[in-house]
Design a protein around this ligand. Structure first.
Ligand SMILES: Cc1cc2nc3c(=O)[nH]c(=O)nc-3n(C[C@H](O)[C@H](O)[C@H](O)COP(=O)(O)OP(=O)(O)OC[C@H]3O[C@@H](n4cnc5c(N)ncnc54)[C@H](O)[C@@H]3O)c2cc1C
Length: 483
């Protein structure tokens, strides 16, 4: 008789949980017994909050391709709702635009999880819906299951496993209540969270103005007035359909409100952003069944580097539970896809070796850091720096200090080097003289970025190197955060 109910319990069946479970099934050739536990009913998989599958829905094609190339899962219509040629970021004065990301899709996040549940079932994954995970369950210094509640009747729920994957998103109750010693940071700083919200609207085109709506591009608007400490977005879902919303940092919003003598809330600002959009007339919350119950919502997203350690004995985190969204644009779907596939592979090997120790799972830390996560600390520095700038400074910097190379770096998800500021020609000197603080601030973020990336590429091969590595990381970060 097996000692544990399952090999792996995945807590949370959202974007990450469903891909991780499927990846374990694929890599273990269906031998691992995997259970996904989610609080949603089976008719509503992947629903993030009571008000829907709240997201901007944008994902790059290369992230989707990674899934196909590695675990053979290919999405199509209707879940890939609308293709885009890229993501354009507009300066606050709308005079400069930067291509931030290549081809991609705007997803239907209500439909996609249904497809993902089927994909997971095909490789043998089991599901427990209507169950809230409240606490990790531990034995002998290992996480060995979860305890929670059956939401249908309030009865206690407990299942055991060789390990647990925490994929329960931003509001996970597992990480903060981890009952064993670990290298994992348990709590997030409030300033590293953004409050975000959005509508899904059908609308009439008021005027053709591609700086406000373009069915070929996902648009990001930087604007410290409308989205203090964050950004606003207008992502097309068709020629007359849009996902439109914004995110703010609470501290930046409080400062902005105090400065302007206003009391604007997140929702006030989202409504104002919709009204100021020159291309959108008569918006109505999209009435179709594909969007019902998902047209207005708000939720949180983290904008710091991912947790410096992602594993412990019998435990691993992925996605929003591990703060994986990219600090600069809160894009979490791409990291979710990469990390879930990598984690699935490592877990399949660990289960095969009958070893779910921190040391065995460590490979996931290494894979994620070396293949995707190494940029995140430098993006955290850039995000913090951008939050100190005014609209005028952002517009000026984007117009005068960003070079073609910087833009290419951004498209490749790398920190821009602001090389124009390093190799100053006479024309640049004049500009720098006008905005010396801005120029030196941007150069400082680029310099820190090089050090942080080098340090991350040197992530310790084994757990015993972690303490020294982390100490050095914190030293580098504290210098980098001095703008
Ligand atoms: C407004 C907004 C806009 C965004 N826009 C974008 C964007 O355009 N592009 C992009 O890449 N990223 C975007 N993101 C981020 C992206 O949505 C997330 O990074 C991504 O959904 C993370 O997936 P996840 O599986 O980690 O978490 P989630 O998608 O939140 O899934 C968590 C799952 O766990 C379940 N769960 C939670 N708690 C429990 C519990 N106690 N017990 C049982 N089950 C539980 C939930 O029901 C859910 O099914 C946005 C986020 C927000 C809030």
């Amino acid at each position: 008789m097996e000692r544990f109910d399952y090999d792996v319990i995945v807590a949370g069946g959202g974007m990450c949980g469903l891909i991780t479970a499927a990846a374990i099934g694929v890599y273990s050739r269906q031998k691992a017994r995997v259970l996904v536990v989610d609080r949603n009913p089976p008719s509503e998989p992947g629903k993030k909050t009571i008000n829907g599958w709240t997201c901007g829905d944008a994902v790059s094609k290369r992230s989707i391709d990674y899934l196909v190339d590695n675990i053979g899962i290919k999405y199509g219509t209707p879940e890939l709702e609308h293709p885009v040629e890229g993501v354009l970021v507009y300066s606050p004065d709308h005079e400069t635009k930067v291509l931030f990301e290549g081809q991609g899709f705007v997803l239907n996040r209500k439909i996609l999880p249904k497809r993902q549940v089927e994909d997971a079932k095909k490789v043998g994954v089991e599901f427990a819906f209507n169950v809230a995970c409240d606490r990790p369950y531990s034995e002998d210094g290992y996480v060995r299951g979860i305890t929670g509640r059956n939401l249908a009747d309030g009865s206690t729920y407990k299942k055991t496993a060789k390990m647990v994957v925490d994929a329960a998103g931003n509001a996970t109750k597992l990480r903060p209540n981890l009952p064993i010693n670990s290298k994992i940071e348990l709590d997030i700083d409030r300033d590293d969270l953004e409050s975000t919200g959005r509508y899904i609207y059908d609308f009439e085109v008021a005027i053709e103005d591609p700086t406000w709506f373009d069915s070929r591009y996902a648009l990001i608007h930087l604007d410290q007035y409308i989205a203090a400490g964050g950004y606003a977005w207008t992502f097309p879902k068709g020629k007359n359909k849009v996902n439109i919303g914004l995110g703010v940092q609470k501290k930046a919003l409080d400062m902005r409100n105090a400065r302007l003598g206003r009391k604007d809330s997140l929702q006030d600002l989202i409504d104002e952003y919709v009204r100021m959009n020159k291309a959108i007339k008569n918006p109505v919350q999209s009435p179709g069944s594909d969007d019902a119950g998902n047209t207005k919502g708000s939720w949180q997203v983290s904008v710091r580097r991912h947790n410096d350690c992602l594993v412990a004995n019998g435990y691993a985190m992925v996605g929003d539970a591990a703060w994986m969204a990219r600090p600069i644009d809160a894009g979490g779907i791409g990291p979710a896809i990469y990390a879930s596939v990598m984690l699935g592979r490592v877990i399949a090997h660990s289960i095969e070796a009958n070893d779910t120790s921190e040391e065995m799972l460590w490979q996931y830390n290494l894979d994620y850091m070396k293949h995707h996560g190494y940029q995140m600390a430098s993006f955290e520095v850039l995000r913090r720096y951008l939050q100190t700038l005014s609209n005028e400074e952002i517009s000026y910097g984007m117009k005068h200090f960003l070079s073609e190379d910087d833009i290419a770096s951004i498209v490749n998800r790398e920190h821009p080097k602001f090389s124009r500021l390093r190799l100053l020609n006479p024309a640049m000197l004049m500009r720098v003289a006008k905005e010396p603080k801005l120029a030196s601030g941007l150069k400082h973020t680029a310099d820190s970025s090089e050090e942080l990336i080098a340090h991350n590429m040197n992530y310790p091969e084994r757990p015993d190197g972690f303490e020294a590595w982390k100490k050095r990381l914190l030293t580098l970060l504290s210098a980098a955060f001095k703008f």
